[in-house]
Design a protein. Sequence first.
Length: 390
Amino acid sequence: MRLPPRGSPARDLALAAVALAGGTLIIASGAYLTIGAGWGNGPHWLLYLPMVVASGAVALRRRAPLASLGIGTSAMLADLALGGSIATLLIYTQVLYDACVFGPPRLWRRALEVSIAVVAATAALGVAESGSVRGLALGIPAVLVLVLPILTGLSVRQYRDQAALERSRAEQTARVAELDRRQAVAAERTRMARELHDMVANHLSVVAIHATAALSVRNLTTTQVEDSLRVIRENSVQGLAEMRQMIDVLRGPEAEPGDDPVTPGLAEVERLVSGARAAGLAVDLTTTGEPRELPVNVDLAGYRIVQESLTNALKHGTGTASVKVHYDTHEVRLTVHNPVASPGPLDHLGAGAGLIGMRERAALLRGRLDAGPETEAHWRVHAALPVDAA
């Protein structure tokens, strides 16, 4: 036999039916007297009426706790007027308990105040009638019927409220954790997209430029073809090497020992400039200040900004560019100038992701980056990266 689901009206009706059956058995067996004869002298079968009404009040304990308490209290008073039965008083303790558990917060406070007043009045009446302190015992039944159910209901209510608060906190913590996870995933995806663009797109741009030039120019000499193929091969190999380094980082513990990736930095700008010169871009490099070891994220950001700027100069410029690297006390400043050519067949290679990536790198380091036309025929990229950004 399965009980109805917790909190369902069927469960309340089942509890009311159990109370009715128990009360009926108590009265039918004759074990119903409490404090002796009451104010009424009617037949004992009349005691069934308040007991039935009190059982009906149990069925309303969740849907209408105030009405349930009112009906139950009226049934108890009627029962006392008829002589009093333990059946109705026991059912009334359930009604009072449910009202404190499911009713509004102010209900149990008012009920406790009234119950304490009734207990005090009953004890005082017992002392007055008996003329001794032993009359205080008259208040004991009132404590058991009125105060004890309220205190029990209050304890259960506090436990339920605390459990609900803990569930709410757990749900809120789970939502915050999920939000943090999504933000972390989004940030990681953005970082990976930026790294993939800077590592692969720049080399592929050089490959595409030289392949397009080789296909568009006729009657190339063997030396010219070999030079183009050499540039294509070098950039392909470098792109593959950097891609492998990133794959090793993503593999984490699964990477083979000794395969730790080397993060490029500004110390390798000379090699970067040499590669751009080999690709056909005349680059003038100037380094001022005292070169020193920089934080890894600053070093990498500076390298990628110069790399992307030279790639853009190769794609959209006229074949020349100048790079200036200045090491200051609190920041490192990078400036790349290049003349801009009129729109050509290679402009479709750029989609603006490079400029977005450069700005993101500078912003993550709390630095500054300006990229735009300095004049109608010149493009300028200037970045200032704080060395204490790490």
